[in-house]
Structure formats: C-alpha cells, structure tokens
Design a protein around this ligand. Structure first.
Ligand code: ZN
Ligand code: ZN
Length: 306
C-alpha cells in the first residue's frame, strides 16, 4: 500500500508540476488502485507511470474545481480504449453527476464498462470486509470532501509450530485458520482459529484531503492515520492569502497532522510561486519544525504509510 503522486501543483499546471491527482496503490491487498482527484492531463501522467487504468477500481473526487476534476471525462473515455472492462465507481460531491452527464451527452461519449457516479456529502460512503472509506466536508470555497481510507485489522500469523505439535498436517485447514475461520478436525474436535493465530495485524489508515482551510474535520479524518496527505498551497508568510482563497499553509498542515496524532504527513498542492527545489525545501522545513515526519509529494514517486 502506498500513495503514488500524479499531480502536485495548485490551480494550474506548470512545466514541472501537473494539477492534482494521486493513486492509492493496493496491489498486494486487492490488485487494484484507487484514484483521488483527476485534474486536467491526469491521463497523460498515467501514461508516463507504471499505472494501468484497467486496474483503477474507484475514483474519489474531493471537489469540483477544475484543477481536481477536468481530467475525469477524458480519463474515463480512455480507460475503455485501454481494455478497462471492470466496473468503476466515481465518488464526489453533489454536482458531479450533472457535470458528467452533460459532458458525456454533448460529446456523445460512451464507455464500454459499468460506470457509476455516486454523489456523497459525508459519512461512511463505502466498505467491504477489508476496507472502509469515510468522507467529511472540509472548509474550502466550494463544497469539498476529505476521505479516510481505513484498512480493517487482519488475522495474525499462523503458529505453525503449535499446529505441528497438535499433529495437524498442512492442508486446506491451514488456509481456513489463516483467514480466522474455526475448523472441525476429522476426529470431531473443534480447533478455534484464535488459539493458533498470533496477535491481529492492525489495519492501516490513509487520509487524503481536498483543498481546505484548517478545520476540525481535517483533524477528525486524520486521527491516528498512518499517512495524511494534506495540501500546503502556501507558506506561513502568506497565511492571510491562504485563508482568503480557502487554503492552508505548510505550517497549518503540519499542525493538523500533529493534533490528529498522524504518523506521517505528505504535503502537496503547491502554489506555482514556489518554482525551484530550494523554495520547496523551505516550505518543507516550515512543516518539519512542527511535525518532523513531513515529506514533499513528488510526481511519479510514492510515499508509504508509516
Ligand atoms: Zn486545488
Ligand atoms: Zn479548490
């Protein structure tokens, strides 16, 4: 599990940074990736990356500003041409359905796979037996969501020595026990999975926020997260400007991570005024002074949860 960045710039693309998009890669966990936001040009970024659109299972849109959305229709169309046949669900705030309907209607676009657009405004928006996703509204200029992806705890490691001692030979029984299922042995005895499994492996949490001013819901969504992805459009010397435009500074992002008890912070959505590495390193230093486990998101690079 890691977060692979496709676009890390704010507002408009530059030659160095594209507008917002990232992929939560869950190859080991479920053989898919989930995309968060899809600014213009995202499908070109995907082409330059190891990602395959056919493996995209969900897309989560944080808000309907163009730098997070305008790449969506093109990317969805191309997914069909690239052999994507698996169903795809796109989650996002109210208005997303109308946008997609009009764009597809006037451009006579169709996709050869089941596409579901689901408008959400908060709550547990999706879950299965391995993951759940919770969304809460943030504080931006338009309705904007943050998403918390929670992996459920997994059964602990099987104690092979103990099974050997009990005289149970390897076989399908091992697989069932590994999944946490109790089994009945050929002699009629019951073997409880809990008695031959180690401590459960705690699930990891990745929180990905859209554009936002500092707010309580950002901290709530990031509570004890293994990785928080937070915008850092400006540095603290432009805090008033950030507030006016519904954004955060690097220091404010770090304060949110600190307050939430997050383990790692990835900063992204940098204003184009921070042109070179040196300026971005200053921005990173500002965050690190508050929250040492801060990192800059770089395009075509991944950050793993702690
Ligand atoms: Zn933005
Ligand atoms: Zn925005």
């Amino acid at each position: 599990m890691d977060v692979y960045f496709l676009g890390t710039g704010a507002g408009m693309p530059t030659t160095k940074r594209n507008v917002t998009s990232m992929a939560l890669r869950l190859y080991e966990e479920r053989g898919t990736f989930w995309m968060f936001d899809c600014g213009e040009g995202t499908q070109h970024q995907v082409l330059r990356s190891p990602l395959k659109l056919s493996k995209c299972e969900f897309i989560f849109i944080t808000h309907l500003h163009g730098d997070h959305l305008f790449g969506l229709p093109g990317l969805l169309s191309s997914r069909g041409h690239q052999g994507g046949t698996r169903p795809l669900t796109v989650f996002g705030p109210p208005g997303l359905g109308d946008y997609m309907k009009i764009v597809f209607q006037v451009s006579h676009s169709e996709v050869p796979y089941p596409l579901l657009i689901k408008e959400v405004d908060g709550g547990v928006i999706w879950s299965d037996d391995a993951f759940s996703v919770t969304a809460l509204p943030l504080d931006h200029r338009v309705p904007c969501l943050g998403y918390r992806v929670q992996e459920k705890d997994r059964p602990g490691k099987l104690k092979f020595e103990l099974l050997k001692e009990k005289g149970i030979p390897p076989g399908p029984v091992y697989g069932q026990l590994k999944q946490g299922l109790d089994v009945q042995l050929p002699d009629g005895e019951f073997l409880f999975a809990a008695s031959v499994l180690g401590e459960p492996i705690p699930g990891r949490t990745v929180t990905i926020l859209g554009d936002t001013r500092p707010c309580e819901n950002a901290v709530r969504l990031a509570r004890n997260a293994n990785l928080l992805v937070h915008e850092a459009t400006f540095m603290e010397d432009r805090v008033q400007h950030a507030h006016e435009f519904g954004h955060s500074t690097a220091k404010q992002a770090a304060l949110a991570a600190e307050r939430a008890g997050a383990k790692k912070l990835a900063l992204t959505h940098f204003s184009s005024r921070y042109k070179d590495e040196e300026q971005l390193n200053e921005l990173l230093t500002e965050a690190k002074e508050v929250f040492p486990e801060s990192y800059l998101a770089e395009e075509f690079e991944a950050i793993e949860p702690a």
